[in-house]
Structures are given as structure tokens and as C-alpha cells.
Design a protein around this ligand. Sequence first.
Ligand code: PLP
Length: 417
Amino acid sequence: MGTYTENRPGAINRNYAKLPGSYLFSEIGRRVAAYSEENPGAKIIRLGIGDVTRPLCKAVTDAMHAAVDEMGNEMTFKGYGPELGYPFLREAIAKGDYAIRGADIGIDEIFVSDGAKCDCANISDLFSADAVMAVCDPVYPVYVDSNAMAGRAGTFDPSTGRWSDLVYMPCTEETGFLPVIPDPGEGRKIPDVIWLCFPNNPTGSAITREELTKWVNFANENGSVIMYDSAYEAYISEDLPHSIFEIDGARECAIEFRSFSKTAGFTGTRCAYTVVPRTLKREGASLNEMWARRQSTKFNGTPYITQRGAAAVYSPEGRTQIRENIEYYMSNAAIIRQGLIDSGFTVFGGVNAPYIWLKTPDGMKSWDFFDHLMREFQIIGTPGSGFGPCGEGYFRLTAFGSRENTLEAMDRIKGAF
Ligand code: PLP
């Protein structure tokens, strides 16, 4: 006699079984652990994973302390908050991130959450099981894996590193690591959803107004929806759009993801938001209303204390203090860029993003370069191939380490390549 589950084939979401093996950072962790065990004295410098290291700024912690006191007082205690975010934070965002850049975003278009990762993964709930998704290659893996789990990616071919049902937009050195607009020619699939991320993780590339306008026009002409992940907009140092809503026509075709993680050190505190304009409609349905319905059904809101901390980012002190941290990281980025250039590397990114994307020397494979850098210099980075086949031959370093470690890492490789 079989077990209950064996008697009910089809009950399990088999799409999970289609996901390729170990997650990139688990594999890195495994290799680093094995190396550390063999070399217990090695001083390893981690410039791989994209987590911040600077603490929360004082304006944020003061606001959070005050919020803790409110929660401990029966006169000011708060239970469940509004699922879509407290008005004080949504207003601060509308004013401080959008009105200031000439983008007209109303507070009912802003949905506060506990992370851009979950929002990026959950937003596809608004699309049918056979909606066509276009993704960049290389890519932040969440867009791909979450759609694969929902059955939209088809099957994974390990020999090409690609899913059968996704539309891929290669980002190569020739295009300045910008994706090429999918050709909607005969027999080709027009994407229902286009995933863009600028400034980009992993390549560190950024997009101009002119280029972004082409995407908005394409989406409006073809009925596609752009998912615009601008989690790193705070790192832009040149005259570039911070939001897709700075572009005419974006309110009719785009959703934007933002996060306090890299802007204000909230990776462990968790706060983000997604903007879904009321004017974004498909097949007569309002995506704003659908997302509001989805979030109020499946999400119970970001903690009050966290939202108070996030709102403090928009105060004059908060703005100054988070800027100091961003400048700290971007000085690290400049040190890495220059260190690599001086060592003869071809380097991209690191100007409008905390990511430095380097070409491996002598056409080395990304994972071979990972092992080489770990074994010879005890420096950990991220193999470009882990982000997609077009990342092969590239390698990502991040500016999120301490100044001391960043300087030492560049010192270690000086003259070695
Ligand atoms: N989007 C991109 C492109 C990221 O690189 C990351 C984090 O590394 C996120 C979203 C996730 O942000 P959060 O910490 O808000 O979940």
C-alpha cells in the first residue's frame, strides 16, 4: 500500500524539481568553507555577496527607538497596521523620491513591503501561467527562479543554461551591458512582461533617459509591462534617471521596485516598496487594484517600527547620514575600479552602482577565476556565469566591504595579473 501522497499524483508543484542545482551563493559558501577548513589561518576577504556592512544611521535608529517606546505604551500601541503601508511613509516616499524628480506618483500607488526580493517574486501573481517573461542575461536570479516556480519558464536546459519558455535579452560588452529590445518579428514571442534592473546587478551598468524611453515606447506599442527594479538608484552619480516614472508614458506600462536595503542599510531591518500606477491597465484590469487585493490578502504589513525608521531616511539628517554611507561604499567602488585597472583588468560598473564587473584574465572561466582568486589571494567574489550564460568570462566584486578590507584586497592583487 502506498502513502497518502503517492496515491494523489499531481498534488505537488513539480516546477520546483525543474530548478537547477545549488543556488549560486550556496555553492560559493561550500567552496569557501572547504578552503577555510584546509587553510584555517587564511584571512579571507569577502567581496562577493551583496550585503551592506555599515550600520543603520542615527536618524533611523532614533526614529526606531521612539517607535519602540510608542509600542510599549498603551496610549500609542499599534496592532496590525494598514497592509499597504502607513500614510506617513507613503507620503514621504511620494514627495522625497518622486515629486522631487518631477514624477507624479500618488500615495495610493505606493505599496510598502518588507523587501524588493519578495515583491519581485510575488508580482507575477498578477499574470497568467503562460504569460511570456523577458529577462536579461546575466540577471538577478529572483526574476527567473520565481517564474520557473510558477511554471512560466518551461524546462531548464543545463547545456545552454537557459529555460525553454523565457525570452532572453543578452547584455554584452558590445552593447555596454544594456539589453537589446526583443525583436517582435514574425514567429517571435512578444513579451508580456519585461524585467529591467538599473543600476544593474550584477553588471553595474546604468541606463540613460534616451535608452529607457525606447523601452517605454516599445512596451506601450506592444502591450508589455516593464518590471523596473531600481533597488540601486541611490548609487547613481551621473545625470541618469533614478525612476522609470521620469519617462513619459511609463505610467501606462511600468511597475517599479525600490528598497531601503542598499539605500539605507535595511538588509536586516527589511523595508521596501513597489509603485503600481493607477493608469497601468491590461485587458481592462487595473494592476494597481489587483496588487492592492493581492497584498491585502497575502501580506499583513511591514512593522510599524521599521516604517518609522524608513520614514526617517527622508528627514534632512537622515538624508545626510545615508548619503555618507553611500559615499563610503562608492569610494570603495572607486578603489576597486582603479586597483583593477592598474592591475591590467578590463572593468565595468562601479560608477553608478556598488557592483564592479570585470573581465576575467586570459579568457578564464568565471568559476576558475573564483578558485584562483580564493586560493592565491584569499579574495571571494561572485562568478559572472552564476547570473546567466552571458556572464561567463566575467566576475562581480562588490563595494560593500570595509575600507580596510577593500584596500587590502587591491593590495594583494597588485601586480599579480
Ligand atoms: N533587487 C535587486 C536587483 C537586488 O540586487 C536585491 C538584493 O540584493 C534586491 C532586489 C532585494 O532587495 P531587498 O533586500 O529589499 O529584498
